[in-house]
Design a protein around this ligand. Structure first.
Ligand code: SF4
Length: 227
């Protein structure tokens, strides 16, 4: 498995905000979101200029490195962690040692992983680079399968108030979504922008029973890698 970095930090987003966790950042992603905050994790192979600690590890080796850090919560992120079929074996190994597993995914790939929280970030039009199609970036059919099988949160990234009707429209394509598992996160890499956008996101959340989802890692650490 192509792993870019393994580090400890506090979870900054979503239902488990504040949990100290081991973060495993996988390399590679089939998407090219306009607002991507981890472009260094999208390449198809290691770049020695940008990834000094990347490694190609078997699921066994990777689980061993995670266990050395002795934290129960593990966040598999990327890039797109569901890209590698070996994630299935990795999650089995981690669960054998009672790890609590979060997978941070765009929801365009389904695999029979073991997972305590499937953290899905469905893409809206605001993510699309020029000439990309929404069908390529957004797979509500796959998201539906994931939310039927796992504990989940749906994390939407809102850039402008125009994104809110699109979120509501997206959700009409899914069955049985719990409103309190719908999280709206401001597209922001600094606290000032985040607070400004909260002015229109919070009333929308209150109206529909959704949750406002600040990016607390930016509040705690600034816009820094490995946080
Ligand atoms: S899915 Fe995530 S890692 Fe991939 S391009 Fe989009 S924001 Fe970046």
């Amino acid at each position: 498995m192509q792993v870019l970095e393994i580090y400890q930090s506090k979870q900054g987003e979503g239902l488990w905000t504040g949990k100290y966790s081991v973060f495993v950042r996988m390399l590679g992603c089939p998407l090219r979101c306009r607002y991507c905050d981890t472009p260094y994790a999208r390449s198809d192979s290691f770049d020695p200029e940008n990834s000094s600690i990347g490694a190609d590890l078997s699921p066994d080796e990777l689980a061993g490195r995670v266990l050395l850090l002795e934290l129960p919560h593990v966040v598999l992120t990327g890039g797109e962690p569901m890209l590698s079929p070996e994630i299935v074996e990795l999650t089995k190994l981690l669960k054998d040692f009672d790890n609590v597993i979060t997978i941070e995914t765009s929801g365009i790939i389904d695999r029979p992983v073991i997972c305590d929280l499937m953290s899905i970030s469905p893409k809206l039009r605001n993510a699309l680079p020029p000439n990309a199609s929404l069908q390529e970036y957004s797979r509500p059919d796959i998201v539906q399968q994931l939310i039927l099988r796992y504990e989940y949160q749906l994390k939407f990234v809102a850039d402008t108030p125009d994104d809110l009707p699109e979120i509501a429209e997206y959700l009409t394509q899914l069955q049985g979504v719990r409103a309190d598992r719908v999280l709206i996160m401001p597209q922001a890499v600094d606290t000032e922008t985040m607070h400004r956008k909260s002015d229109w996101i919070i009333p929308f959340c209150e109206e529909h029973g959704y949750r406002y989802c600040p990016r607390m890692q930016i509040v705690w650490y600034g816009n820094k890698r490995r946080t």
